[in-house]
Design a protein around this ligand. Structure first.
Ligand SMILES: [Zn+2]
Length: 328
C-alpha cells in the first residue's frame, strides 16, 4: 500500500506549525465539505483524507509517530490504528460496507462553528440542543373531546450512551457504537393528548425529541394532530353542528326531542310551529377549548320528518287539514 503524505494532503510543509496546519485544514474542509458538494464522491473521499490528515497532524503525539514511522506509524500503537479513522464531528459510521456521513443538523454554520472553535486537542462537540421531532397522531372526535393517550414508537439515531456520543472511551474507539458516537434506537413513549385538540394542533412533549450530543438538552416532540371526520357532528372551531330529526306533528305542536351530544343525550324543548332548518343553540355542549375549562356550543338544526305509510284515518285528517287551510 502506498504511503499517504498527510502534509501534501493538507498542502503544508513538514515543518508547518499547528496554526498553519489548522488554517490549511479549515480552508480545505470548507472546500470539500459534503454539504457543499452533494453527491460528489471524489469530494467526499478528499474530505475524508483531509480529516484523516488533520486528525494525525493536529495531534502532537500522532504527528511525532507519523514523522518517525511514516505510514507505518500506526503499528507503533495498535489502538491508534482504529482510533484515528473516526472523527466524532462527522460521525462516520459503517453502513452496509460503505462509509456514510451523518449530519445531525442541516445548519452548516453551526457545524463549522463547532468544528473550528474547538481546540486542536479537544475534539468533542460542544453541547447542542437535540432536534425537534414531529409525530403525526390521528384521533376521533370523541378522543379530541375527552382527551386520550397513545403509545408511540420513535425510531431515531441517538448519541451512544456508553461514550456520550463522542465515539471514544479513554481515547479508544467505543465498542458499542464502533466509534461513530451514534446508535439506532426505538423509544416507546406514552403520550397524553389533551381535550380540545383540533386538526393541525401541535402538542408539545418537552425534551422527548431527538436527544442531544455531548450533553445538551433534548429537542421537543410535537404530536401533530389530525381529527377524523365524525358521521354525526360537524366541528367549526369549538362549536359542534348536528341535524336533529323532528317528526312533523312535534314540530307543529311543540314538544321534546332527544339530542345526541358527545356526553350523551340531552332533552331539547321544541316550541310549537318550529320551522324546518331552525337551529337551537345548546350552550356549553360543544368542544372543550384547548388548555381552558370553557366549552363551545352545540347547534342542533331541526330536520322535519314528513310522515310516510299513512293510514286511511291519517290520510283523511290531512285532507281535512288541507280543506281548512285553503278556506282560511
Ligand atoms: Zn459509543
Amino acid at each position: 500500500m502506498a504511503g499517504k503524505d498527510y502534509y501534501s494532503i493538507l498542502g503544508v510543509k513538514r515543518e508547518a506549525g499547528e496554526r498553519e496546519i489548522k488554517q490549511a485544514y479549515r480552508r480545505l474542509a470548507r472546500k470539500y465539505h459534503p454539504d457543499i458538494n452533494p453527491g460528489d464522491k471524489s469530494a467526499e473521499a478528499r474530505f475524508k483524507q483531509i480529516n484523516e490528515a488533520y486528525e494525525i497532524l493536529s495531534d502532537k503525539e500522532k504527528r511525532r509517530k507519523y514523522d518517525q514511522f511514516g505510514d507505518q506509524w500506526q503499528y507503533a500503537d495498535q489502538f491508534a490504528q482504529a482510533g484515528w479513522q473516526q472523527t466524532p464531528f462527522w460521525n462516520f459510521s459503517q453502513a452496509g460496507g460503505t462509509q456514510r456521513f451523518h449530519f445531525e443538523e442541516a445548519d452548516l454554520g453551526s457545524l463549522f462553528d463547532n468544528l473550528f472553535r474547538s481546540g486542536t486537542r479537544s475534539r468533542r462537540a460542544r453541547p447542542r440542543r437535540g432536534q425537534d421531532v414531529d409525530y403525526p397522531v390521528e384521533v376521533t372526535l370523541e378522543e379530541a373531546y375527552h382527551g386520550t393517550k397513545r403509545t408511540i414508537a420513535l425510531r431515531s439515531e441517538e448519541p451512544c450512551s456508553s461514550c456520550q456520543g463522542t465515539g471514544r472511551i479513554q481515547n479508544m474507539p467505543c465498542s458499542v457504537c464502533r466509534g461513530s458516537g451514534v446508535v439506532s434506537a426505538v423509544r416507546r413513549l406514552e403520550v397524553k393528548i389533551p381535550p380540545g385538540v383540533k386538526e393541525g394542533s401541535r402538542v408539545r412533549i418537552a425534551g422527548k425529541g431527538k436527544q442531544s450530543y455531548a450533553g445538551g438538552a433534548g429537542g421537543d416532540l410535537y404530536l401533530v394532530v389530525s381529527v377524523k371526520p365524525h358521521r354525526r357532528f360537524e366541528r367549526r372551531g369549538d362549536d359542534l353542528y348536528e341535524e336533529v330529526a323532528v317528526p312533523l306533528t312535534l314540530a307543529v305542536l311543540g314538544g321534546e326531542v332527544q339530542v345526541p351530544t358527545l356526553k350523551g343525550k340531552l332533552a331539547l324543548k321544541i316550541p310549537p310551529e318550529t320551522q324546518n332548518g331552525r337551529a337551537f343553540r345548546l350552550a356549553g355542549q360543544g368542544m372543550p377549548r384547548l388548555g381552558d375549562s370553557a366549552y363551545g356550543d352545540l347547534l342542533a338544526k331541526v330536520s322535519i320528518i314528513l310522515p310516510t305509510k299513512l293510514s286511511e284515518e291519517e290520510k283523511k285528517l290531512f285532507e281535512r287539514l288541507s280543506q281548512l287551510r285553503s278556506n282560511s
